[in-house]
Design a protein around this ligand. Sequence first.
Ligand SMILES: [Zn+2]
Length: 416
Amino acid sequence: MFPRIVICLLLASSAFAQTDPVQSALARPDVKSAMARLDERRPQILELWKQLTLTSAPSGHEDARAALVVAELKRLGYANAYRDEAGNVVSAPIAKGERIVAFVAHLDTVVQPGVKVAITEGRSESGKLTWIGPGVGDDTTGVTALLAVAEAAQQAKLTLPNIRWVFSVNEEGGGTSEGIGRFVKDHKAEIAAFISTDGSPIDELGAVADNGVGAYPVFPVFHGPGVHTIESSGTPSTIRAAAIAIERIYRVKVPQTPLEKRSWLNIGTMQAGTVPNAMAKTARFTVDLRSNDAATGRALQAKVKAIIEQAAREAGVKVEMTPTRWGRDPIILNTPEQKRLVETLWASYRALGVMPQKGKIGSSDFVIALRDGIPSAGIGLTNIRRMHSPEEEAEVDALFLGMKEVLLAAVALNSR
Ligand SMILES: [Zn+2]
């Protein structure tokens, strides 16, 4: 009897190791050593984070930050780290026929060119140490985390031949993800899984976004006579039309629950007129409307358009709504590979004592890969508040857990 039990146990444990790559990763001495390294190197990692944040990288102006990342990768032994034609930094070349897993952070921020960036320390509502400054979180935390994990793995002699650390350009700017579009196009056949470690849409440690949110933008332009104030009595006003429309649009009920139908509406910009003493010939604003559900998103968009048309009629002006290039239905991938990827990301968070949750919005670099049928997800590495504002705030300690999530998931996905 006894030997048979031993054999059964052995079989059970090897089966366990195969089906639970996260647990087997956790048990490896090299993984433990890399984990410890992340904590030991805290001062240097914080210094790197600071340096990256202060090297401002508005979309389209990422060269200085990209140079810093390439230099750091080369220092870590990635002798063939390169920038591709779009400007993305990739840790090592990808051979045709190879199967790789891409961990991606975006280099660019929404900080305007020329704006001087500074970091101050703060405290979150729950008293946790935070860093505050434009672009400090989104996605400088992701860039820092990938470089820190690459260093820790290298130091622990933990080889991850299938992993590529990728630093993309032009992620911000309406969800077009122009930089990563090129990377995905070039390596579509080679990318087995794609994970973006983005602060922006999934702003919490533990969040895993696994679908692309639908975008239903509406960009109206009202046209009217641009006459002088003296001649303006009774003349239709484009600004009045815009004001009527905006007020009504904000009354539209936007579903918050259930998550499958959750939607968002924001009027992010408005412009009208050129001088104070004449009517505005044109008035325009932008409605950024998003939804996790196609039918809901389309219905909301139709409602917003009807409101705008009605407002134009009431004010007696013309309106046109030009289609924008970034409207699309939600992207959902239902494959066993996608399920496995998401499960691995959830299991890695759980192993670290972090409660995983479904990401709030899925609009980031990973959506570009998801659209091409590549198993893809976005993960949040720390808690970020006031995203895209000059007072953007990122939690410091949570980011170290976020790094460990990247490390564990990379080991688990590399070994598959
Ligand atoms: Zn982002």
